[in-house]
Design a protein around this ligand. Sequence first.
Ligand SMILES: O=C(O)CCC(=O)C(=O)O
Length: 345
Amino acid sequence: MQTDNETPHENGESEELNKSPDLDEPEDGESDDPFLQLSNEVHDTVPVISKPSPVEFLREYVCKNRPVLIRGALEEWPLFKQEERRWTNAYLRKMVGDCDITVAITPNGYADAVVNETLFVLPEERKMKFSNFLDFFDKEEPTLEAYYVQHQNSNFISEFQALWADVPSDIDFATEALGAKPDAVNFWMGDDRSVTSLHKDHYENLYAVIAGQKHFTLYPPTDYPFLYERSFISGTYKTKPSGEMGIVIDVPHKEVPWIAVDPLLPNYQRYPLFQYASPIEVTVNAGDLFYLPSMFFHHVQQKGDEEGRTIAVNYWYDMDFDLKYAYFRFLEKMSKQYQEANVES
Ligand SMILES: O=C(O)CCC(=O)C(=O)O
């Protein structure tokens, strides 16, 4: 996990920065490069506010496609307000221990990520009793593989019914602002090893952290030309009879558009334009609600609480496929040509 002030480019672990291609970025003036100019126009900070009104949320954040951190927004939620509803492991065991839930298993914590710059790999999905998953947090030694509850098809609704009363069914100001209830409500639980690779979603995302900490590295949609989205053949992790995990190519073959560049260790030789991307770092603590706008690229790390757990619930609201979306599609089309024109010299 990085500190708030340290961008991945500054953490000293990445390769030495390759200065080509040179996008004509004068020290004292504005670059002539239109994509760089566009990227420089965008806000580079995330405001921290208290709970907004629906109008403020819509006007200042959704319409501007601007992320915002709403500090302490979860104070009124039953699980924070009522001591007996706190999501301790003992409480979770009592309420949902016997339920079958879906867990994502990977050898390294990277579910849904590009491996060896060639394959997009999904996690092995295993059904287990939630109490068996909780057992992992009681053990002295961590499991060999990383286990992450991250099944996103509204798994909070389909698999965690007994916890519904502890959190709201929607985020009231967002429902009012966006004119509809969320399409999906997801439950996330894992340890420090789980990392979510760089991607975007077509949802307005209201992300509530309940235990531990989440660290988002964000890239605005205007950074798209620097991120090198490509199509990758998809595969899935599978445990072999020996107990080791391997990758099986999906049949029938599928191609998935994804981003291979890792903000924690960027390969600038292969992705030279990535040096011009402008990451925004934000740490979301337990009790905070984060608004992640649609089409914002995000990479997510986590840090556990005193029991090693990170728990979150998020609400995905359908985005408006308006002019912003049309503009983004245009940027997508232009980016391929731009990347080809700016290959390393
Ligand atoms: O919490 C995570 O690991 C990832 C969250 C995410 O990617 C999302 O909500 O879209």
